[in-house]
Ligand binder design. Structure first.
Ligand code: OGA
Ligand code: MN
Length: 220
């Protein structure tokens, strides 16, 4: 049997990224994963899209208390390791999880991720991925799959420094293939500007085991 190519992240760059995450609460790494993996993930995404697996996303269970219509316009489905490209991506995320735990002692326990497909006109208004104190989603990871992204395509990710920061975003990220963003889920507000083109993303969350603290962790 042919060995699947297994992508690995550059350990030195990953260390730098985690240092920035600890210092700033967010970190942006253009070109962190390669176009080979991007293309395999896009092929997997197309299969999911054509099989009708994507559904108009409600706000996730974390933000359930914040349910608002008009917060986002995007379709989503959960990733799993039955697809080899997605399994490869989940392996990369595992590498990130282990490195974060080694350097920051966050005790991240598991990773869950969604494929998100924004239609033209799709957006996601400013939000946090988790409520402070919920102790569930701790670090968010966003990975972009858009080859040939152009300035006028929109869909940039705006990131602010703190929940109360109402000023201009600290950084604005183009959703170009290979870019990975890490953010502290409870502390870093972010928003997706309206996208003119179809915009594909993997958005995932490193979680701690909330059941261990006496709270029953809800099933997906
Ligand atoms: C999210 C999110 C960012 C993006 O799914 O929670 O913030 O760039 N996604 O799509
Ligand atoms: Mn988010």
């Amino acid at each position: 049997m042919l060995e699947q190519p297994t992508a690995r992240l550059d350990a030195v760059r990953l260390d730098g990224l985690i240092e920035a995450l600890a210092r700033d609460g967010y970190a942006v790494a253009p070109g962190l994963f390669d176009f080979g993996l991007v293309d395999r993930l896009l092929a997997a995404a197309e299969l999911r899209e054509s099989s009708g697996a994507l559904a108009r996303a409600a706000i996730g269970r974390e933000a359930g208390r914040n349910l608002e219509t008009g917060v986002r316009n995007v379709e989503a489905c959960w990733l799993d390791s039955s697809d080899t490209a997605e399994a490869e991506f989940l392996n990369l995320a595992e590498q990130v999880r282990v490195s974060i735990n080694r350097r920051l002692f966050l005790g991240l326990f598991e990773f869950e991720a969604q494929l998100l497909v924004y239609p033209p006109g799709g957006y996601y208004k400013r939000h946090l991925d988790s409520f402070a104190g919920a102790r569930n989603r701790i670090v968010s990871l966003v990975a972009y799959l858009n080859r040939d992204w152009k300035e006028g395509d929109g869909g940039e990710l705006d990131i602010w420094r703190t929940p109360t920061d109402e000023g201009a975003p600290a950084v604005t990220v183009a959703p170009c293939a290979g870019t990975i963003v890490l953010m502290l889920s409870e502390e870093i507000p972010h928003a997706v500007r309206p996208s003119a083109a179809v915009r594909r993303v993997i958005a995932g969350w490193f979680r701690v085991n909330a059941s261990a603290s006496g709270r029953v962790d809800p099933a997906r």
